[in-house]
Design a protein around this ligand. Structure first.
Ligand SMILES: CSCCC(=O)C(=O)COP(=O)(O)O
Ligand SMILES: [Zn+2]
Length: 203
């Protein structure tokens, strides 16, 4: 089961690379194996040309990789998602221009998306009239501290779909590769719309 999921993830990484959403080794991707383990992209790789050999098994509770190779520098954010959301089986982190810039333009704690038909690409959303908040966290080179901050925030305000790291990128997830990929593409489309709207409306 997880082997098939990993093969699908590799295909999705190539798609992400072709989109230009993981430039210059940016981004990282993972799948859940089971309740205790996940498979994460190796740190420093070009994420657009990964093979299944470039994924390392990681303990979700401890962030340790038995192989001794170095999983993503942002492993702690992937394992946090797997701990917070038992239904999440795939995590995608990308460095798109829209996520990077919009998360800086928006100074508040969330990007509120409303008024777009494409919101319905996000699981459970049925109307453009709803507001979908995507939380934004200030970036931090200390991933343990960042993960703790996100975890504390999530205790008060549940996260949905993903979160933005200010000036850094988007992390999103899904129950399977298809859902994570659809939501990534949907969010990126919505971010592009919001960038353009703010440019033209000077919001
Ligand atoms: C190369 S961009 C800086 C690190 C980063 O934000 C990222 O997403 C890639 O880090 P990794 O260790 O997963 O290669
Ligand atoms: Zn990153």
């Amino acid at each position: 089961m997880w082997q098939e999921r990993l093969a699908q993830l590799v295909t999705t990484c190539h798609w992400i690379g072709a989109k230009g959403w993981a430039p210059a080794t940016g981004g990282n991707m993972s799948i859940r194996q089971d309740a205790g383990w996940c498979w994460l992209s190796e740190s420093g790789r070009d994420k657009g040309s990964l093979t299944s050999e470039d994924f390392l098994q990681v303990d979700i509770a401890t962030n340790q990789a038995p192989s001794g190779r170095k999983p993503s520098a942002e492993t702690g954010l992937h394992t946090l998602v797997y701990r917070l959301f038992p239904e999440a089986n795939v995590v995608l982190h990308v460095h798109t221009v829209n996520a990077t810039v919009l998360s800086r333009i928006e100074k508040g704690p969330a990007l509120n998306i409303s008024g777009y038909e494409m919101q319905k690409t996000l699981t459970g959303q049925q109307s453009h009239l709803n507001t979908v908040p995507i939380a934004i966290f200030d970036n931090d080179q200390d991933i343990d501290a960042l993960a703790k901050r996100i975890e504390q925030h999530a205790e008060q305000t549940p996260l949905k779909y993903g979160f933005l790291l200010r000036g850094h990128g988007l992390t999103c997830w899904g129950k399977d590769v298809a859902e994570a990929r659809r939501q990534l593409e949907g969010l990126e489309f919505l971010f592009e719309c919001e960038m353009q709207r703010r440019l033209y409306e000077r919001d």
